[in-house]
Design a protein around this ligand. Structure first.
Ligand SMILES: Cc1cc2nc3c(=O)[nH]c(=O)nc-3n(C[C@H](O)[C@H](O)[C@H](O)COP(=O)(O)OP(=O)(O)OC[C@H]3O[C@@H](n4cnc5c(N)ncnc54)[C@H](O)[C@@H]3O)c2cc1C
Length: 485
C-alpha cells in the first residue's frame, strides 16, 4: 500500500510529488498518458507571472506571488531554463492608463515587488519595436519566462531520484473508499493508497466525482498560439501584455527561453476536453491583435501553431482542499492561469494540508539537484572535442536547425523519465523545434527510438496514444483496410 497516490503528472502533480519526496512517504504518481506534461503544461504562455492579475485574498493571488519568488532556486537546482525578463502591460490611451493604476494597486496588495508605472518615452526606450501608440505601461520586473514541460520533466526525474514511483499509461477509471484507504482502479488493475491527491487538470472534476458528490465543474477553454522563427526572437525584450479591456485581455507577445518568438493566446469556451486543434478563426484573431503591439509584425516567419486547454471553474479561483466527505482526498482543481507560476506555492499548500492530517516526517537525505541533458551546441570547442572523444554519438548532428546531436537524443531516451515518442524527445532534447519542425530529423529520431527502446519502427508514436507515425501497408492484400498493424 502506498501512503500517497497523486493523479496527473502535469506541473501540479510533478511539483507536489517532488515536494512530498522530501518526506518519509511511499508515493506513486499516476498518469493516463505515455509521458509527463502532456496536458495544459505543454501548451501555455510559459510565463512566470508577477502576480498583479488575481483579485486580492484569493488563493490565486496568494500562491502566484509566493510561487514566483521560488523559481530562481528551483530552476538552479533542477537545471531548467528560466529568465526574469520582466513584463510590461501596455496602455494605449488615458482610459487604459487608469487600468494600469488598478493593476499596480492590486499587485501591491498581492505582494508583487518593484512594480512601476512607466511613461510613454520610458516604455519606448525599453521596447523600441513597440507601437508608437503606446501611452504608458505597468512594469513588473519579477515576471519571467520558463520551459514549462522541461520543468515538469525535471521535477518528475528529481522526485523519482528521491523515491517516488511513476506509473505512466495508468488512467484512473474508478476510486473506492475502503475503511482507511483508497482503491484506485485502472480497468481491472488497482492499487491502494492512504491518501489521494487529485491533480488531473481538465479531468479533475471527473476524478472528484468518482468518490465525492460533484461540487465543481471544469469548463475547457482553448488558447491558441503561434510560434515564430528565432530571427524574430529579439523583437521585444520583455513580456508584452495588452491592457485588459471589456473586449478581453488581447494578445501577449514574448521571446521563449529558447529564443523563438510567441504570440497568443485566444480564449474560447469549448465543449470537448480533447479539443486541441488550431482554427482559422484563432489565426485571424492573433494576426489582427498583434498589430496593436507592432504594426510591422513579420507573420511570414511563423513556424508552428498550437492550442492549450484552460481548466476553468465558475468560482475562478483554485480549489485546493481536502474534500468534506472523503477524508484524505485532496482536490487540486481548477488550476488555470497562473497555475504554472503558482505551482511551487501550491505544492507547499498541499504539504501543509497533508501535514495537518498525517503529521509528515522529513527524510534525513533529500537530493535537490537534477542534471540537465548536456546541450552540445553551448559547449566550448575544447569541451565538444572532449565529449566526442568519450562518446562519438555527440559528434553526429541529427537536428540541423537546432544542432542537436545523437548523444543528446539518446540521453533523453535513457533517463528515469525517458522519452518514448518523437515529441517526447523533442520536449527533452529539442530536435524538431527549429524552422523545419522535424521535417528533416523526425525519421532519424524514430530510428534512434527504435534502436534504443528495442521496438519496431511501426510502434513509434508522434505523441499521445494512437498517434502512429507510420502505417504499414499490406501490399499482398489488395483489400487492405488501412488499419495499423
Ligand atoms: C492557453 C493557456 C495559457 C496559460 N498560460 C500560463 C502562463 O503563462 N503562466 C502560468 O502560470 N500559467 C499559465 N497557464 C496555466 C497552466 O498552464 C496550468 O495552470 C497548468 O499547466 C496546470 O497544470 P496541471 O498539472 O493542473 O494540469 P495538466 O498539465 O493538464 O496535467 C493534468 C494531468 O492529469 C492527467 N490525467 C487526467 N485524467 C487522468 C486520469 N483519469 N488518470 C490519470 N491521469 C489523468 C492528464 O493526462 C495530465 O497529464 C496557461 C494555461 C493555458 C491553457
Amino acid at each position: 500500500m502506498f501512503d500517497i497516490a497523486i493523479i496527473g503528472a502535469g506541473i501540479i502533480g510533478t511539483m507536489i510529488s517532488r515536494e512530498l519526496s522530501k518526506y518519509k512517504l511511499d508515493i506513486i504518481l499516476l498518469e493516463k498518458d505515455n509521458d509527463v506534461a502532456n496536458g495544459a503544461t505543454k501548451a501555455n504562455s510559459a510565463i512566470i507571472h508577477a502576480g498583479y492579475d488575481a483579485l486580492p485574498n484569493t488563493i490565486k493571488a496568494k500562491t502566484n506571488a509566493e510561487g514566483n519568488a521560488m523559481f530562481d532556486q528551483l530552476c538552479v537546482d533542477l537545471s531548467v531554463p528560466f529568465s526574469r525578463i520582466g513584463s510590461l502591460v501596455v496602455a494605449k490611451c488615458e482610459e487604459e492608463k487608469k487600468v494600469l493604476t488598478e493593476l499596480y494597486e492590486r499587485g501591491k496588495k498581492n505582494g508583487v515587488p518593484n512594480l512601476k508605472i512607466l511613461e510613454k518615452e520610458e516604455v519606448l526606450q525599453m521596447e523600441p519595436s513597440l507601437t508608437n501608440k503606446v501611452a504608458g505601461a505597468l512594469f513588473a520586473p519579477s515576471a519571467g519566462i520558463i520551459g514549462p514541460w522541461e520543468l515538469a520533466i525535471a521535477l518528475a526525474e528529481n522526485a523519482i531520484e528521491n523515491g517516488v514511483e511513476l506509473k505512466l499509461n495508468y488512467e484512473v477509471k474508478n476510486i473506492t473508499k475502503e475503511k482507511d484507504y483508497y482503491k484506485i482502479y485502472c480497468d481491472e488493475d488497482y492499487l491502494e493508497a492512504k491518501y489521494v491527491i487529485n491533480c488531473a487538470g481538465i479531468y479533475a472534476d471527473k476524478i472528484n466525482n468518482m468518490i465525492n458528490s460533484p461540487y465543481f465543474e471544469i469548463m475547457p477553454d482553448t488558447g491558441e498560439y503561434q510560434l515564430y522563427d528565432k530571427s524574430v526572437g529579439k523583437l521585444f525584450n520583455s513580456i508584452i501584455f495588452q491592457c485588459p479591456t471589456d473586449k478581453g485581455k488581447g494578445v501577449l507577445a514574448l521571446s521563449t527561453v529558447h529564443g523563438n518568438f510567441m504570440i497568443g493566446p485566444t480564449s474560447e469556451r469549448v465543449k470537448s476536453k480533447e479539443n486541441k486543434g488550431t482554427t482559422r478563426r484563432g489565426k485571424d484573431f492573433l494576426k489582427e491583435n498583434i498589430r496593436d503591439l507592432c504594426e510591422e509584425f513579420p507573420y511570414s516567419k511563423i513556424i508552428t501553431a498550437f492550442t492549450g486547454l484552460r481548466a476553468k471553474v465558475i468560482s475562478e479561483d483554485f480549489i485546493i482542499e481536502e474534500t468534506g466527505n472523503s477524508s484524505g482526498f485532496i482536490n487540486v482543481a481548477g488550476i488555470d492561469s497562473p497555475g504554472l507560476s503558482a505551482s511551487p506555492a501550491i505544492a507547499k499548500m498541499v504539504v501543509n494540508i497533508l501535514n495537518n492530517i498525517a503529521s509528515l516526517e522529513k527524510k534525513e537525505k533529500f537530493n535537490e539537484k537534477r542534471k540537465a541533458i548536456t546541450q552540445f551546441i553551448t559547449l566550448s570547442d575544447d569541451e565538444k572535442s572532449e565529449l566526442i572523444k568519450k562518446d562519438k554519438r555527440y559528434g553526429k548532428i541529427i537536428c540541423r536547425c537546432e544542432n542537436i546531436t545523437e548523444g543528446e537524443i539518446v540521453d533523453s531516451i535513457k533517463r528515469s523519465v525517458g522519452a518514448t515518442t518523437v515529441d517526447g524527445v523533442k520536449r527533452r532534447a529539442r530536435p524538431g523545434s527549429g524552422r523545419c519542425q522535424g521535417g528533416f530529423c523526425s525519421p532519424r529520431v524514430m530510428e534512434i527510438l527504435t534502436r534504443e527502446l528495442n521496438v519496431g519502427m511501426y510502434e513509434i508514436l508522434k505523441s499521445n496514444k494512437g498517434s502512429y507515425n507510420l502505417i504499414k501497408r499490406k501490399v499482398e492484400n489488395e483489400n487492405w483496410s488501412g488499419e495499423n498493424v
